[in-house]
Ligand binder design. Structure first.
Ligand SMILES: [Zn+2]
Length: 233
């Protein structure tokens, strides 16, 4: 399941930062066209000059695609009678100024965080437990290749809408929030199965906590070309 902009235009208020990440700023806006006209949206602007800028948009879109695929498989299990929906960002361009690219997606109400990419977790509530189960299932259903985590979003009457998830991969292909195989092992060293997990779901053989558990999203440096030696003749 996915939740889309269903719109082509919005007014973004750049005077107030709604939130700020290590390499992006988030602003609030209002759709001015389409079926969401009048509803709120968020705009994520990449902090200019960051070494990750060129790959940021592609990583975000790849993560959302993989997260949607995993959430759909989880929904198909019908472990719960509500749906897990992934908010779908689109790459839009500002009409004015330097016509900078940004990611636009619908605003989420009642925002809360259920786990992080290092295994911090909130599993006191039923939704908190379902989210830990979703993370466990993501490892199982991808043959141990991926872990969907950093699960956060809003609870609605018929399900939960997630935004900004992280997918960690064995070959660390999803950018600076993908902590790779060591991240997957760290995450599962802190995972405690609950009633929404199934005992036959696989988990990593290695249980080493390389990364400390933090509620915030942990990022690591991704190898770039700037560290390479110049060509010699
Ligand atoms: Zn589990």
């Amino acid at each position: 399941m996915s939740r889309h902009n269903n719109s082509t235009c919005a007014n973004i208020d750049l005077s107030v930062e709604y939130a700020r990440g290590a390499f992006k700023r988030v602003y609030e806006g209002t759709y001015t066209k389409g079926s969401r006209k009048g509803e709120s949206c968020v705009s994520k602007v990449f902090i200019s000059g960051s070494v990750y800028e060129h790959s940021y948009f592609q990583h975000e879109m790849d993560v959302v695609e993989k997260a949607t695929e995993i959430a759909n498989k989880y929904n198909d299990l019908e472990l719960i009678d509500k749906r897990i929906i992934i908010n779908q960002p689109e790459i839009w361009r500002f009409k004015f100024g330097d016509r900078q690219l940004n990611l636009v997606e619908p605003m989420i109400d009642n925002f809360e965080k259920f786990n992080s990419n290092t295994g911090w977790k909130q599993d006191r509530t039923a939704w908190g437990q379902v989210m830990q189960s979703l993370a466990h299932f993501s490892f199982h259903c991808t043959g141990g290749q991926f872990t969907l985590c950093d699960l956060q979003g809003g609870v609605y009457s018929d399900g939960v809408v997630l935004t900004d998830p992280v997918v960690m991969s064995r070959n660390q292909r999803f950018g600076p929030t993908d902590l790779g195989g060591e991240g997957i092992d760290s995450f599962f060293s802190r995972h405690v199965c609950n009633e929404y997990c199934r005992e036959w779901w696989t988990r990593p053989a290695r249980r080493q906590a390389t990364f400390a558990a933090r509620k915030g999203t942990t990022m690591i440096r991704v190898q770039t070309q700037t560290g390479r030696s110049p060509l010699s003749r």
